[in-house]
Design a binder for this molecule. Structure first.
Ligand SMILES: Nc1ncnc2c1ncn2[C@@H]1O[C@H](COP(=O)(O)OP(=O)(O)O)[C@@H](O)[C@H]1O
Ligand SMILES: [Mg+2]
Length: 379
C-alpha cells in the first residue's frame, strides 16, 4: 500500500497531499518541479509497483486514451512514468470533489443539478464511441465536480479500446455491482450501451442517494440487474421525463437503451424544460379583497379558469401562524381540525399550495395583484 508524505518526490513530482483513492491507486495533488506555469497535477500512484505487470499496462493504456481524446469533460494525461519505487500517471488536476462524496454529503442532489452532471458525462460518449472506447467503470466515484459545477469523467483504467490494443479479459469482474449491466453479468460483454446503463444507475443514485437495484449481497444485486425491473422512486417534484429516461437507460437489452446522441438530446430537454414555468394552476387570482397589514390578514378572490367558479381565500390570522410550532400534539390537532372545516383552508406545508408561510414573510400586502401573481407564481 502506498502512503506518500508531503514533500516526498516521485519522479519529478513533489507530493502536496492525498486527494483520493480507488481500487488500483492513490491520487495526490503534486507539483511538477519542471513546470513554472500551472505546476499542479493529480498524481495517480499505483498501489503496487510491478514494472512489467498488469498495472503498468493499465496505466500506459489509460494515459494513451486520455492523451488521444481532447474533450472538455475529460482530463488530460501529461505522462505515465515510473521511478525506482513507484508507478504513476500525471493527470490534469481537477480541484473539487467526486460525485460520490457530493451525493454522500448532500444525501441526494436536486434533479436539475444531477441532470447537468449526467449531461456533462454523456457529452463524452460520442467521442468515446468514435475512438471505440468503452469506459466500463462509470460511477459517481469516477466523476469529478469542480467548483463551477462542471463534471469530468475520469479513471480509464478499465476501459476497453480495441483500437489501442486493449481488451480486458472477460473473466475479470470489474467495478461495483450496483453499476454492472445485465449483458456483462450474463456474458461478460460490454458495449457503449453498458456505459449508458451505468450512467443511468449513477443518475438515479445522484438524485436519491439510492440504487435502482439493491439488495444485501453482490450476488443478489447482480441477479436483480438481470431479472428485475429497476425500482425508480422519485419525489413528485421530479419531472416524468427524468423517470422515463432513467428507465430507458436501464433497459435490459443494450440496444433498447438510448444512443449517445439521443441521450444528450433527452438530457438537454430536461434541463431546458425546467426553465419553463410550472403548469399553470386553474385558480386565477382576481384581486385582493381586503388587507389589514397590522393583523397580517387579507382575503384574496380567485376564479377557477376551468369551472368559472369564484372563491375567497383567507390568508393570515393568528391560528395559522403558529400551529406547526405547537409542541402539544393535541393542540396542534385541534388547530388543524378547526381550519380544515373551512373549505378554503389549504395546508401551508403542501408543496405548491398557496403558502401561508410565504405570505407570512411578506413585508407588506399592498403589492399590486400582478406583482403578487408573479411573485408567487399563482397563475
Ligand atoms: N485528475 C484528478 N483530479 C483530482 N482528483 C482526482 C483526479 N483523478 C482522480 N482523482 C481522485 O482520486 C480518486 C481515485 O482515482 P481513480 O482514477 O478513480 O483511481 P482508481 O483507478 O484506483 O479507481 C477519484 O475518485 C478522485 O476522487
Ligand atoms: Mg476509480
Amino acid at each position: 500500500m502506498v502512503q506518500l508524505q508531503t514533500g516526498q518526490m516521485v519522479g519529478q513530482y513533489r507530493i502536496v497531499k492525498e486527494i483520493g483513492s480507488g481500487g488500483f491507486a492513490k491520487v495526490y495533488k503534486a507539483i511538477d518541479t519542471e513546470q513554472k506555469d500551472l505546476p499542479f497535477v493529480a498524481l495517480k500512484v499505483a498501489y503496487a509497483k510491478s514494472s512489467k505487470g498488469q498495472d503498468e499496462k493499465r496505466f500506459i493504456h489509460e494515459c494513451k486514451i486520455l492523451s488521444t481524446i481532447d474533450h472538455d469533460n475529460l482530463v488530460t494525461c501529461f505522462e505515465h512514468g515510473a521511478d525506482e519505487d513507484y508507478l504513476y500517471l500525471a493527470l490534469e488536476l481537477i480541484e473539487g470533489e467526486n460525485l460520490a462524496e457530493k451525493i454522500d454529503r448532500e444525501k441526494g442532489l436536486n434533479y436539475l443539478e444531477a441532470t447537468k452532471i449526467v449531461l456533462d458525462v454523456a457529452r463524452t460518449f460520442p467521442y468515446l464511441e468514435d475512438m471505440e472506447v468503452v469506459h466500463r467503470d462509470v460511477k459517481p466515484k469516477n466523476i469529478l465536480i469542480d467548483s463551477s459545477g462542471k463534471a469530468t469523467l475520469i479513471d480509464f483504467g478499465l476501459a476497453k479500446s480495441p483500437q489501442m490494443g486493449f481488451t480486458e479479459t472477460k473473466d475479470y469482474i470489474y467495478g461495483t455491482a450496483y453499476f454492472l449491466a445485465p449483458e456483462y453479468i450474463k456474458n461478460g460483454d460490454s458495449f457503449y450501451e453498458s456505459d449508458v446503463y451505468a450512467l443511468g444507475v449513477t443518475y438515479y443514485n445522484a438524485i436519491t442517494d439510492k440504487f435502482p437495484f439493491d439488495d444485501a449481497s453482490t450476488q443478489r444485486i447482480m441477479l436483480k440487474h438481470v431479472r428485475n425491473q429497476p425500482v425508480i422512486d422519485l419525489d413528485s417534484g421530479v419531472p416524468e421525463a427524468v423517470r422515463e429516461l432513467i428507465f430507458k437507460m436501464l433497459r435490459k437489452k443494450p440496444f433498447d437503451r438510448p444512443g449517445a446522441d439521443e441521450l444528450i438530446a433527452a438530457l438537454e430537454r430536461i434541463v431546458k424544460g425546467s426553465k419553463k414555468n410550472p403548469k399553470p394552476k386553474p385558480w386565477k387570482l382576481i384581486h385582493i379583497v381586503s388587507s389589514r397589514r397590522a393583523g397580517k390578514k387579507f382575503v384574496a378572490r380567485f376564479k377557477n379558469k376551468k369551472t368559472g367558479r369564484f372563491k375567497n381565500v383567507h390568508f393570515g390570522g393568528k391560528g395559522y401562524s403558529d400551529y406547526t410550532k405547537h409542541k402539544d400534539p393535541e393542540r396542534k390537532e385541534r388547530y388543524l381540525k378547526r381550519h380544515k372545516k373551512n373549505e378554503n383552508w389549504q395546508d401551508p406545508t403542501t408543496p405548491g399550495a398557496l403558502s401561508r408561510w410565504v405570505l407570512w414573510n411578506l413585508p407588506t400586502f399592498d403589492a399590486s395583484v400582478n406583482d403578487f401573481v408573479k411573485r408567487f407564481n399563482l397563475d
